[in-house]
Design a protein around this ligand. Structure first.
Ligand code: NDP
Length: 448
């Protein structure tokens, strides 16, 4: 496939040359530039002022050593990253990922996506992302704490409530955010909203824990309603069993659907009676165990080794909520053959380009991550508002704002796609709507 515009195709080639061996970043850039052909034709001023060239180049890349001591007294060395990608519309904002697969290309792809996602929320937040190749799995709480303290000792030099506000992502939940926040406060002697996803008794916002999963379902419901359908009575397949997956399962169930599968990186479960979410929360959030343990309590359910098999389960709606490129073209074909009507992404870039093409060409409603999972960062921005005001809002108030933001993202994406001749293409719509706001802010601020 080639981008149907000489300038953008050339830019994509330059991105590959400048960022060799970073296939995830190339994939994310390709998808955005491909959507922006009509925009480039309608706005030659963006080309003249180097807006496209600038938006694919991070403002700043910070890479650092993270030394820490394990429970056996042995020194361990990890690598830390923070990529401050674009601050045109607000302070950098985006999560931290702790996973052994993390390298510069992963953080770059996530930071790039974050620019457009944050813009789509309608809130004043720029794009950034960070993380480390540290693996929290199997580590004691004290090891995780020592790692987080060392990580923050360096990161604290580069972030701030009005500069860059990190949050969680894979491997970074409430426990890690607590340790990171404690160390920032100790180093800077400032009790400010420098991280989001904090505990409720020290500045966290109600609904932040639920926000990405709930937001995903609010977007999906808006999309289904627009096509005279809804979650009511549908079967749902969800991959993953982390933060996003758990709260997607909760909201889809509240909206009348039956979730029949969930997974982790080892395998997946199928429970045709509907997933017992209290048990999943206990296994995953409290005991940090494997999903295979589910069948010990529910012998009527099945456990299968290998996480990718989750897409062979017949369902009406699929919500991939684990990780990037977890759903490929072949798996998309299986979902289509099994009659799936809608696929919305909870994880970042979980569908490969081949999978997206498969869904779109078969009339499956497809909601892309930067729109569908924006509820997490949107609620983080609401946490920042509350921290600045030294106030906290009720669950109902935050939830209502989240729902409205997700419905607006759906509506704005539809309108942008239509305006640029790609009606019904929510991938293009999200990319265009997210891009235009940032591009205009960059134009207004000059060549910086
Ligand atoms: P968690 O760490 O809470 O959960 C991740 C889940 O995905 C776990 O079940 C994990 O299984 C599984 N998983 C992770 N890596 C792989 C892999 N390589 N193959 C198969 N399964 C895997 O993370 P989150 O729920 O926070 O994040 C999930 C996705 O959602 C990510 O793509 C993240 O970027 C995205 N996202 C998260 C937001 C948030 O607010 N948390 C906001 C927006 C996007 P296991 O336990 O076995 O590793």
């Amino acid at each position: 496939m080639a981008i149907n515009n000489e300038y953008l195709a050339g830019l994509y080639e330059r991105v590959i040359k400048r960022n060799p061996n970073e296939p995830e970043f190339h994939q994310a850039v390709y998808e955005v530039l491909e959507s922006l052909v009509g925009v480039a034709e309608a706005h030659p001023e963006y080309i003249e002022r180097g807006v496209f060239e600038s938006i694919v180049e991070p403002e700043r890349i910070i890479k650092f050593r993270v030394p820490w001591v394990d429970d056996n007294g042995k020194v361990q060395i990890n690598r830390g990253y923070r990529i401050q990608f674009n601050s045109a519309i607000g302070p950098y904002k985006g999560g931290l990922r702790f996973h052994p697969s993390v390298y510069e290309g992963i953080i770059k792809f996530l930071g790039f996506e974050q620019i457009f996602k944050n813009s789509l929320t309608g809130l004043p937040i720029g794009g950034g992302k960070g993380g480390s190749d540290f693996n929290p799995k199997g580590k004691s709480d004290m090891e995780v704490m020592r790692f987080c303290q060392s990580f923050m000792t360096e990161l604290s030099k580069h972030i701030g409530a009005d500069t860059d506000v990190p949050a969680g992502d894979i491997g970074v939940g409430g426990r890690e955010i607590g340790f990171l926040f404690g160390q920032y406060k100790r180093l800077r002697n400032e009790n400010v909203g420098v991280l989001t996803g904090k505990g409720l008794n020290y500045g966290g916002s109600l609904v932040r824990t639920e926000a990405t999963g709930y937001g995903l379902c609010y977007y999906t419901e808006a999309m289904l309603n627009d096509h005279n359908s809804s979650f009511e009575g549908k079967t749902v397949a969800i991959s993953g069993s982390g933060n996003v997956a758990i709260y997607a399962c909760e909201k889809a169930t509240q909206l009348g659907a039956k979730v029949i599968t969930m997974s982790d990186s080892n395998g997946y479960i199928v429970d045709n009676n509907g997933i017992d979410l209290d048990l999943i929360k206990e296994l995953k959030e409290v005991q940090r165990k494997r999903i295979s343990e589910y069948v010990n309590t529910h012998p009527e359910a099945e456990y299968h080794e290998g996480c990718r098999g989750v897409w062979t389960v017949k369902c009406d709606i699929a919500l991939p909520c684990a990780t990037q490129n977890e759903l490929n073209g072949e798996e998309a074909k299986t979902l289509v053959a099994n009659g799936v009507i809608a696929v919305c992404e909870g994880a970042n870039m979980p569908s490969t380009p081949e999978a997206i093409a498969e869904f779109q060409s078969n009339g499956v409603l497809f909601g892309p991550a930067k729109a569908t999972n924006a509820g997490g960062v949107a609620t983080s921005a609401l946490e920042m508002c509350q921290n600045s005001a030294r106030y906290s809002w009720s669950f109902e108030k935050v939830d209502k704002k989240l729902k409205k933001i997700m419905e607006d993202i759906y509506k704005n994406s539809c309108e942008a796609a239509k305006k640029y001749g790609m009606e019904g293409n929510l991938v293009a719509g999200a990319n265009i709507a997210g891009f235009l706001k940032v591009a205009d802010a960059m134009m207004a601020q000059g060549i910086v």
